[in-house]
Design a protein around this ligand. Structure first.
Ligand code: UGA
Length: 441
C-alpha cells in the first residue's frame, strides 16, 4: 500500500459526497461511485446534486486539483482503492427496521472485486451487528482467506453545517478490531484536531444510533414540556434557558417547536427502537419520543384552527419548507404534513422557501410557489412559519410591510423565532409553540 492510501466512497448521497470531497481536500485521492448516472453526470460538470453551503465550491476545487473523481464504475472504485467507505442508503421498512439490502449488495460487490487488502468502512448509519454481516458476506463470496478488515466510522455531520462539522467534529469514532485498520483510520484523520475514540465495532455502531436517538429525545422532551407551558401560561423558551445553564443538560437541542424531521432522526429513532427491542431490551422510551414528535403537527394545526376557525378558501402563506435551514432537503420535513393538512381543509397555499421549492414541487405540484417571502403574503389570512431560515429571522423581516400585505395579520410560528412583546404592538395576532399567545378575543 502507498504512503497515502487511496479512498473509494460508494454511494454519493449526503454523507458520501461530503465524505468524498472532504477527504480529497485533506489530500487523499478519492474515487466517488454512485449507481445514479444523472448524479454522476452532474458531478462530472462540478455541480453538486444537493444544496449545502460551500459544497459546490469545494467540489470544484478538489476536482480541479484531480483529487476527486466521480465515477459510475463500481469495479474500478473497488480495485483502485485501499480504503472503501460504504455510504449507501439504509431506508426504513414498514416495521421500523432498517433495510440493509444496499449494504449487502455493496459488500458482495466488493468481495467479487477484491484485489489485495482493503479496509471496508461503514459510514452509513446502521444497526449494531451490521459490520459482522459485512464481514461474513465478504468471506462468503471472496473466500475465508480474503485479505480485508471491516471498520465502523460513523458520521456526525449536520445538514446545512456539513463541511464545518466534518473539519471540526466534536469527536471521531473509530470502531476497529485490528491494529492495521486502526492505524489506517488514524492516518486518514491525522490532520483533524478532535478527540479520537478507538473502540470495538459494535460499540461504534451503537454510539451513532444512541447519539441521534438521544438528541431526538431531548427535542421530544422539551416539546412535551412545551405542552405544559402552553396550558399553564409559562414560557418554554425560558424553561429551556433555565435548564440549559446546567452544564449536565446543556441548552442545545432544547428548541421546542414543530418537531424534528430530516433523513436521520425519524429513521434512526425507529431503527434504534427496533434493534433494541429485537435484542430483548426495553426501548419503549423511543416509542414515546416518536409519538410526541408526531403530535407536534396536531399542536401546530390546533393553533392554525384556533386563529382561523375554518380554512376553506383561505389564503395561507407558508414560510420555509426544508426540514431545517440551509438545506434543500425536505425528507420527513414537518412542512409536508402541514401542507397535507392544509390541503385537506381546503386552504389556498402560497409557499416560499429559499432553497427547497424545487424539491417540494415534485411532491406538491399544485400549490402556489412564489419567488420571495413577501409575495406569499398578499391578502393572506395567516402566515405559517415552518423553517427558521435566516431571512425569516426578526431582524430580516419588514413587519410593517408584512402587516400591510396581509388580509388578517396572524402569524403561527412553528419555531418560536418571534415574540408577542414585539408583534402585539404592531397589531399582529401571534401563536408560538409552548409560549404566550397574543390573540384578540
Ligand atoms: C442529525 C445529527 O444532528 C447529526 O449529528 C447526524 O450526523 C445526522 O443527524 C445524521 O445522522 O446524519 P441533521 O438531521 O442534519 O443531523 O439535523 P439536526 O440539526 O440534528 O436537526 C434535526 C431536526 O431536529 C431538524 O428538523 C431540526 O429542526 C430539529 N430540531 C433540532 C428541533 O426541533 N429542535 C432543536 O432544538 C434542534
Amino acid at each position: 500500500m502507498k504512503d497515502n492510501p487511496s479512498i473509494g466512497v460508494i454511494g454519493l448521497g449526503y454523507v458520501g459526497l461530503v465524505t468524498a470531497v472532504t477527504f480529497a481536500k485533506l489530500g487523499f485521492r478519492v474515487l466517488g461511485n454512485d449507481i445514479d448516472s444523472n448524479k454522476i453526470d452532474l458531478l462530472k460538470q462540478k455541480k453538486s446534486p444537493i444544496y449545502e453551503p460551500g459544497l459546490e465550491e469545494l467540489l470544484k476545487e478538489v476536482m480541479d486539483s484531480n483529487l476527486f473523481e466521480p465515477t459510475e464504475d463500481f469495479q474500478r472504485t473497488v480495485r483502485e482503492s485501499d480504503i472503501l467507505f460504504i455510504c449507501v442508503g439504509t431506508p426504513t421498512n414498514p416495521d421500523g427496521s432498517p433495510n440493509l439490502v444496499y449494504i449487502e449488495e455493496v459488500a458482495r460487490g466488493i468481495a467479487e472485486n477484491l484485489n489485495g487488502y482493503k479496509l471496508i468502512v461503514e459510514k452509513s448509519t446502521v444497526p449494531v451487528g451490521t459490520a459482522r454481516w459485512i464481514e461474513r458476506t465478504i468471506k462468503l463470496y471472496a473466500g475465508k482467506d480474503a485479505d480485508f478488515d471491516v471498520a465502523s466510522n460513523p458520521e456526525f455531520l449536520r445538514e446545512g453545517n456539513a463541511l464545518h462539522d466534518t473539519f471540526n467534529p466534536d469527536r471521531i469514532v473509530i470502531g476497529v478490531e485490528s491494529e492495521r485498520a486502526k492505524n489506517l483510520l488514524l492516518k486518514l484523520y491525522e490532520k483533524i484536531d478532535a478527540p479520537k475514540l478507538v473502540v470495538d465495532i459494535n460499540t461504534a455502531e451503537i454510539i451513532k444510533h444512541a447519539s441521534n436517538a438521544f438528541l431526538a429525545m431531548k427535542i421530544s422532551f422539551i416539546n412535551m414540556v412545551a405542552d405544559l407551558c402552553e396550558r399553564t401560561g409559562a414560557d418554554v423558551k425560558l424553561v429551556a434557558d433555565g435548564m440549559g445553564y446546567d452544564r449536565r443538560i446543556g441548552r442545545a437541542f432544547l428548541n421546542a417547536g414543530i418537531g424534528y424531521g430530516g433523513s436521520c432522526f425519524p429513521k434512526d429513532v425507529r431503527a434504534f427502537h427496533y434493534i433494541g427491542t429485537k435484542n430483548g431490551a426495553d426501548f419503549s422510551l423511543l416509542e414515546k419520543v416518536e409519538q410526541i414528535n408526531n403530535s407536534r403537527i396536531d399542536r401546530f394545526m390546533d393553533h392554525v384552527k384556533e386563529a382561523l376557525w375554518y380554512l376553506r378558501n383561505k389564503k395561507i402563506a407558508v414560510w420555509g419548507l426544508s426540514f431545517k435551514p440551509n438545506t434543500d432537503d425536505i425528507r420527513e420535513a414537518p412542512s409536508i404534513k402541514v401542507v397535507r393538512r392544509l390541503m385537506e381543509e381546503g386552504a389556498d397555499i402560497h409557499a416560499y422557501d429559499p432553497k427547497a421549492m424545487d424539491n417540494f414541487r415534485k411532491l406538491f405540484p399544485d400549490i402556489n410557489y412564489v419567488d420571495n417571502k413577501y409575495d406569499a403574503l398578499k391578502d393572506a389570512h395567516a402566515l405559517l412559519l415552518i423553517t427558521e431560515w435566516d431571512e425569516f429571522m426578526p431582524g430580516n423581516v419588514d413587519f410593517e410591510k408584512v402587516k400591510e400585505l396581509m388580509r388578517t395579520p396572524i402569524i403561527v410560528d412553528g419555531r418560536n423565532i418571534y415574540d408577542c412583546e414585539f408583534l402585539e404592538p404592531l397589531g399582529f395576532e401571534y401563536y408560538p409553540m409552548g409560549r404566550k399567545k397574543c390573540k384578540r378575543e
